[in-house]
Design a protein around this ligand. Structure first.
Ligand code: SAH
Ligand code: MG
Length: 211
């Protein structure tokens, strides 16, 4: 079942960085990955839950789980001198972004509190402490070289055989955007472990080959 009208409206109203065509492609990848309660979808980079809603819409009919990881402090690209800061998300006293409350509100409004589990902390800390087999891994955290490669190294081996690795903000041409996610995408492709199955906008879907 595709996301219903009410859910689509909530997705449209949720702040974030997921165009509808890419979100629907992510939803279809998540369906294809056959998530379950014991082989959840893992998302790195929750922000306010926009992409999470697409993933949860795919997980819910399977009674599967989405683990969504974020320290909820925003990425370096959410702070000056980068152009994009959403001032509604800045805490009044700390001048820091805090997306945890908006994320929780998004999930509650969608009725996905039983489906989505927020893991709040640095991606590398959680990766070091938690071992999980994921049906689909969605990498959309910090796009600087260090955080992105830490996400890749920390999480990519979680993807089950026959599962999906999805990477966002992949731009082959530097005029379109930063090159770090593209580097992750190339590494996955060149590892021989993955085969490209989807390209929509800046979203890439890679199938982990069976052994
Ligand atoms: N998927 C979201 C957008 C994510 S923006 C959407 O579709 O709208 C990237 C997010 O990654 C930010 O919320 C930021 O807080 C988080 N992030 C960046 N570096 C991180 C790190 N090292 N550990 C955990 N979260 C991180
Ligand atoms: Mg993104």
């Amino acid at each position: 079942m595709e996301p219903q009208e009410a859910l689509r409206r909530l997705i449209a109203a949720t702040p974030g960085f997921m165009p509808e065509d890419e979100g629907m492609a992510l939803y279809n990848l998540a369906r294809r990955s056959r998530p379950s309660a014991s082989e959840p979808i893992v998302e790195v980079g929750s922000y306010c839950g926009k992409s999470t809603l697409y993933l949860a819409a795919a997980a819910q009919p399977e009674r599967a789980t989405v683990l969504s990881i974020d320290h909820h402090k925003g990425s370096e690209e959410n702070y000056p001198p980068f152009p994009y800061t959403d001032h509604k998300l800045v805490e009044p006293y700390s001048a820091q972004i805090n997306t945890l409350l908006p994320f929780q509100q998004t999930i509650r409004l969608a009725g996905f509190e039983d489906t989505v589990v927020a893991l709040v902390g640095a991606s590398s800390t959680i990766a070091a402490a938690v071992t999980v087999t994921s049906s689909l891994l969605f990498i959309d955290g910090g796009h600087g070289a260090l955080p992105a490669w830490i996400d890749y190294d920390g999480w990519v081996s979680s993807v089950k055989y026959g599962g999906i690795l999805a990477i966002h903000d992949v731009f082959a041409d530097p005029r379109d955007g930063g090159q770090v996610p593209y580097g992750l995408f190339l590494a996955a492709l060149h590892s021989g472990e993955f085969e490209l199955v989807l390209e929509v906008g800046s979203l890439r879907g890679l199938l982990r080959k069976n052994r």
